[in-house]
Structures are given as structure tokens and as C-alpha cells.
Design a protein around this ligand. Sequence first.
Ligand code: HEM
Length: 542
Amino acid sequence: MFVKRLCRSAFLSIKFWDGLCVGKQVGREFSHTTCTQTCKHQSSPIANTEKDARVFSSIPGPKPLPLVGNIWRYAIGQYSFDQLHTSGLKKYQQFGSIVREEILPGVNLLLLYRPEDIEHMYQVEGRYPSRRSHTALEFYRLQRPHIYNNGGLLPTFVFSICFHRRNGPEWHRLRQALQRPLNMPENIRQYIPGIDTIAHEFAGLISASVKTAKTSPDFLEDLSKVFLEFLGLVTFDTRLGSLEKNLTTDSCPYKLIKAAGDTNNEILRTDNGLQLWRKWKTPSYKRICRSQEYIESIALEFVNAKKAELLTKNFAAGSQKTLLEVYLTSKDLDVKDVVTMVADMLLAGIDTSSYTMSFILYHLAKNPLSQEKIYLEVKQFLPKSNSVITSDILAQLKYLKAAVKESFRLNPISIGVGRILPEDASFSGYHCPKNTILVSQNQVSCRLKYYFKKPLQFIPERWIKGDPAYEKVHPYLVLPFGHGPRACIARRLAEQNLYILLARLVRQFRIEWHGAELDVRSKLINRPAVPLKFNFIERTDS
Ligand code: HEM
């Protein structure tokens, strides 16, 4: 029992949000030659019922060795934690559309490729969907009860060699209270003018840098700044000044981006392995502590300032409160909850958005015809480059949204999501025991010929009803924000920000790619592996 727990603790979490991981090679061959539309792996849907289910141990998968399971295959390079999607594809080719991998003795991963199985995973995820990650972050927060009530949204449950405690009910309480305001469209729409202003300023800076030939060595840095500026507006009701020229390393925006990045980098290291940081402050854990101390100091400063402002503020009847105001005046949340939410947003909102935007711009730069279509669409609504973007305009940008979806299909920020099976269930006709670690393989399946025509090509038209290229696609294949009660809490906000920034950039510039082939490196999420080298050419009618 002890050994089993040790192994679980040592490995249990693979990557972000527990199975959520990897990716790479934006344009490289990802489909495989052996599996086609008639692939034997993809037989007709199999009912996920317990009746006649085959035993778990008969699920195909790499054969484990005694004491070491399958972990040795990663050590010799047969599979790779840095390239889980290529490893995922290899396993699919070898074993089929459901794969059991006993990674360490007693620790089973179940890789799901069929959208029917992915759908079923969400159906049986339970009231408190659980994916194990951010354990050190939770540990840190639980040591600071004067600032946090709990571990926050990102972690799921504590599991260690000695104890196993699910924090589901506490997560659920927090999630419910935070989610409700985010579900109200008017709460999200209110940010359109502010976000648009920032996007406009950002385009102005690009324009100036092109004129003075002072472009940054990696456009990802610029994207991080603009997405932090968006977040500052939404989470703190303020402009952080991230777009100011010559940001110094001791400026707040610089330090926030670094603190969020450093924490995210250490999450994997601290989730995997023996979790020695529970006893000793390892260098990784210390870096998390330092970064979190900074993030929480900023969060406390802004949240307390807003709280003080609210003491004297009278809201006119029917006036729109900002999200921060809604949270701070909610009966279901206290200041600690709000500080936790703000800190989680800073951790989850910068890299996800800037990496996503990197991939979108890359695909558009490589597909000038699609880029031109977006430009023509946007120009209808923004006749001048300084015309303002409204919610009505955003609602009509159909091609632009199709392009974003297509980029998500090819380059999601994670391979899929992880879930810990709360009860016994069946997948593809196999019985699976409770506590199996499920890892959906959306990223792999989304590049298979079996599910998409010309799967490696960037074809936004496949998402547009009425277009000859339109395809009817299983709804559980492209899920870049996850799904269900544990899905990304800020999806609407994130999409709105992406649409506004993309519309602004394409309206003002023709974008070309001058970098190396864009690979993806699997960090906590899928990160562009090479510096982003775009050329922005000002349009003559801008
Ligand atoms: C394009 C941008 C983004 C993408 C693709 C994305 C994607 C995701 C995914 C895949 C998950 C895990 C879902 C699951 O397990 O089912 C997630 C969770 C989360 N995201 Fe996002 N996200 C994005 C932007 C943001 C932003 C801007 C914020 C905050 C302002 C945010 C806050 C969160 C939080 C707090 C969670 C944890 C929710 C929970 O476990 O209850 N995300 N996101």
C-alpha cells in the first residue's frame, strides 16, 4: 500500500491540469500514415455501459516492467514528457484509440482518443471534477490562512504519501460564487471599450516600432505585456502600464509577468517527483513562494484599495458594477476569496492567452488568403482603423472566429484535460476502476484524418455553415477550454480579448512570418518553441 502511494505521489500528475500537457510542431506532420478514414482503431461507437465490459487489464498499452512500470520508456527516449503529443500519437498508432499505460506500478493512465470516450469522461467526472495539479501552490496557500481560505481554483486536491484529502466542496463553493458573474454577458461586454483602447494602443506601438525599426527580438514578450494589461483592467479595474516604453525589471508589470511565469514553470517540477518540498524548501518551492508573495502583495494592494473605495461609493440604480466590485460586494465571497481569484487569474490568464495568440498569428501569417478574408470582414465594420469595436461588431465577425477555432484545433494550449475517475466506469467497452487517471487526447485526435478532412491544413471555412468546406465535427474534439463545471472559468473573457486584439491587428497590418518553423514545447502548457518573428506591414488604409 505504501509503495503504491509512493508511486502515485511520485508520478500522479503528468502535466498541467493533470493530463493536460504537451504539444509541439505547429505545422509538422501529425497525422499518421497507417490510420485513415477506415482505420481499424476507430471502429464504430462502442456503448460505454458496464454490461459485457471487458476487464481493465485487457486494455492495450505498453507492457510495464516490474517495479518500474513504463517510466523507463521515457528515460530511454521512446516516449517524452516534453513531447506528449508525439508520444500520444505513437501510442495511438501502436495500440489503438484507448490506451492503458501503467506508468509506475499501480498507477494507471488511460489515454482517450475517441470523442465518444472523451464525452463519457465528462459525463462521469462527478460533482467535483478532479485533476491533480498545482499541489505546491495549494500547499503554500494552506500555510497562509491569514491570506487564503483554501488552495484556490487551480489545485484540485491534496494527495500525499500520508494523506489524501479532496478539496472538492471548497473548490465548488468558490467556483460557484466566482462563476455566476462571469456567466452574465453584460459583465463581460462592459470591458470591450477598455480592451479595445488597449488593443489600439498596442497596434500604435507596433506601428511606431516598425517605423523606427526597433522590433522586439521575440513578439511573445509584447503579447505577454498586452494580455497582462487586459488582465489588469479586468481584475484590478486599473491600467498597470505594461505597454509603457522601456519597462524596467523592477516595474510592477515586469515583475508580475515574471512571477506568473516562474510559478507556472515550477508547477510541473513540484507536481511530479517525490514532493520533497512538503518537508524541505526545495529551490523550486522557494521560487513558487517568492513569486506568490509578490503576486499576492499586488493583489492585496489593489483589492484593499477597491474595498476602501467601495465604502464611500454609491451605485446609481441599474449602474454596471465591474467584476471586482461584484465580487467584493457579494455575500458569498470574502476578501480572501477575491484575492485568491485575482491571483489565480494572473497565473492562468497571461501565458494561455499570449501563447494562443502566437499560434493564431502564426497560422494567419502562413495563410495569407485567410488573413485577407479576416481583414475584409473586419474592414466592413471598422471602415477606419480607429473605428471602435462594439459587441454588435464582435458578434458579426464570423470568419475571424472560425479562424480562431481552427487555430485552436491545430494548436490548443494543452493536449486535452486530465480527470481522476471518481467512480468505476466503462470506456470503449472496457471496465475502468475508480481513481484511474484519464487523459483526453484531443490534440492528437484533432490532427487525424479520421476526424478531419485535410487535417494538417489551416482551413477556417470548415467551421462555417453553408461553406463547401463545412464539416460536421464531433462536439467533443475541439475543446480548448475544457468542458463542464471544471472548464476554464474565464472562457468568454479570454475569447473576447482574443477577438478584439486580432481584429485590431489584422485591420491595421498585413502580418508575415519570418521565424523558423514554429515548434511547440510542452511546459505547463504548449509554448511556442522558437522566438516569434513577425513582420507587421502597415496597411495603406489604416
Ligand atoms: C486563450 C486563453 C485560455 C485558454 C485556452 C484556457 C484554457 C483553460 C483550460 C483548458 C482549463 C482547464 C479546463 C478543464 O480542466 O476542463 C482552464 C482552467 C482555468 N482557466 Fe483558463 N484558459 C484561457 C484563459 C484564461 C484566462 C484569461 C483566465 C483568467 C482571467 C483563466 C482562468 C482559468 C482558471 C482560474 C482555471 C481553473 C478553473 C477551475 O479549475 O475551476 N483562463 N483554462
